[in-house]
Design a protein. Structure first.
Ligand SMILES: C=C(O[C@H]1C=CC=C(C(=O)O)[C@@H]1O)C(=O)O
Length: 461
């Protein structure tokens, strides 16, 4: 097995050859150079500066980005259209070279907060919505791995060689560190909850009143919980713990400055590969039980629960309605499947469709977000009600994030089971869908189970 320093020397040699072959005669757009890595990284170092990661254990996939080659940010009601315009203007001017024939491609991060008027996280430098091409990307999929070096044009071969050599020197030694051993569980102190359990019951009652006598059919209420650890949280360990506990979830980290937004989400807002679209309808939740007969009974009861099936159907209907103007052959499963996670089980219907020509992830995100899995039905009534009813700004919780290919296809994940981590403090968020027949105490327990996902991982971070 080659030592990191040998890997670094090989990459630098490949860099010199690769840069010489890049199309640098144009004065606009981006150039990206892919360099094969001899093996999949064992760790993704937390270097200073902007950084993101997406890890999915069951798919054996990871993507990470360091620094910025180009970025666009926006806020307000037209934020996604503005980023779409930037992405579409870039698409014909993003040249990539893959001299090692890795078969992988460059990528960008695209993500946004719950609403266009959610406050940008100023102290974290995380704007409301962001389209971000990293200066250095790491991409691994089923045993193949590559680095992607990107830069804006105009530029020169000398400048690229210098910048990218320095970037390799910073990053490569950290890619093959041994994985950290486990820590003993730390105590977490619950500092602040908004709303508390009594406030939650009141909010659910208000929502039920609106559902019974007003125009609302479903609304997803959420809560925030602040905890403090006895040691500063180590984000690397946290991501490792989340990946172990939730191998079928997408584990996400977004960091622009000191603090990190971290999620382990089971829910794809959308995935687009060529013209194939897949969207997850996930809504309707039950707990897990250590006893397998009791656990099976919980799953069966969930699949037979009228309240949970109605809660789920709102999401399916809204997704189909959102897909109709931009796709054909929309297929929904005959009945929901069970998605089982270590802390909860959900009703899950993967929905497939075939995209019309020229549809991209920006357009799909605009059509689909927010679904009634995180907002409610009807969309605008629920959003208006939440703006007044919910006692805090959701920020990026229930927003979405993912990676885009240079042709603007890609995948976005709903930011659930998440926390904002800063030093030894963490702000956690979780919600539950309220429909006719919901019970405040049961919904509170459901949010406790959802918060449990991040709480158990934080104990080992
Ligand atoms: C809003 C959340 O979950 C959504 C996704 C799956 C199941 C849900 C439910 O059963 O209420 C929610 O719609 C959350 O985890 O914070």
């Amino acid at each position: 097995m080659r030592a990191p320093l040998q890997v670094l020397d090989q990459l630098k040699a490949a860099l010199t050859e690769g840069v010489a072959a890049l199309p640098l005669d144009q004065d606009q757009g981006l150039v990206s150079l892919l360099l094969a890595l001899p093996r999949v990284p064992t760790s993704l170092p937390q270097l200073a500066g902007p950084h993101f990661q997406f890890r999915h254990v069951h798919r054996d996939e990871l993507r990470a980005g360091y620094g910025c080659a180009a970025e666009w940010s926006a806020e307000g009601p037209d934020r996604l259209q503005r980023l779409a315009a930037a992405g579409r203007a870039l698409r014909p001017h993003w040249d990539r070279a893959d001299p090692d024939e890795t078969g992988l491609d460059a990528f960008a991060m695209f993500g946004f907060a719950a609403t266009g008027d959610a406050a940008p996280m100023i102290e974290d430098h995380l704007p409301n919505a962001l389209f971000w091409v990293p200066e250095v990307g790491v991409r691994a999929c089923q045993g193949e791995a590559a680095l992607v070096l990107s830069a804006p044009r105009p530029t020169t071969a000398e400048r690229l060689l210098q910048r990218w050599s320095e970037a390799l020197e910073r990053l490569v030694p950290g890619l093959y560190r041994p994985v950290d051993g486990p820590l003993t569980a730390a105590h977490l102190r619950r500092d602040f909850a908004e709303p508390d359990q009594a406030g939650w019951a009141e909010l659910v009652d208000q929502a039920l009143h609106e559902i019974n006598y007003g125009s609302l059919q479903k609304v997803v209420l959420s809560r925030r919980l602040d905890v403090a650890g006895t040691r500063g949280f180590d984000v690397d360990r946290l991501l490792g713990a989340l990946s172990c506990l939730f191998p079928s979830c997408q584990v996400v980290q977004l960091r622009r400055n000191g603090s990190s937004f971290v999620a382990a989400t089971p829910e794809r807002l959308l995935s687009q590969q060529g013209r194939e679209i897949e969207v997850d309808a996930i809504a309707g939740t039950a707990g897990r039980d250590a006893d397998s007969a009791a656990d099976t009974a919980l799953g069966l009861a969930l699949r037979a629960s009228d309240k949970n099936l109605r809660e789920h159907q709102f999401v399916i209907d809204a997704i189909c309605e959102a897909l109709e103007p931009c796709s054909t052959d929309i297929e929904t499963p005959a009945e929901p499947q069970l998605m089982q996670l270590s802390n909860a089980q959900h009703l899950w219907s993967p929905i497939r469709a075939y995209a019309d020509e020229a549809v991209d992830v920006f357009q799909l995100a605009e059509q689909l977000h927010p679904t009634p899995a995180t907002n409610g039905q009807p969309r605008h009534t629920a959003r208006g009600w939440l703006q007044h009813g919910e006692p805090f700004d959701r920020g990026w919780y229930t927003g979405a994030a993912g990676t885009l290919e240079p042709d603007l296809s890609g995948e976005l994940w709903v930011l659930l089971r998440c926390a904002r981590i800063c030093g030894h403090r963490a702000e956690l968020y979780a919600g539950a869908g309220i429909v006719k027949g919901s019970d405040p105490a049961t919904e509170w327990d459901e949010t406790e189970a959802k918060l449990g996902a991040m709480l158990s991982a934080l104990q080992f971070a």
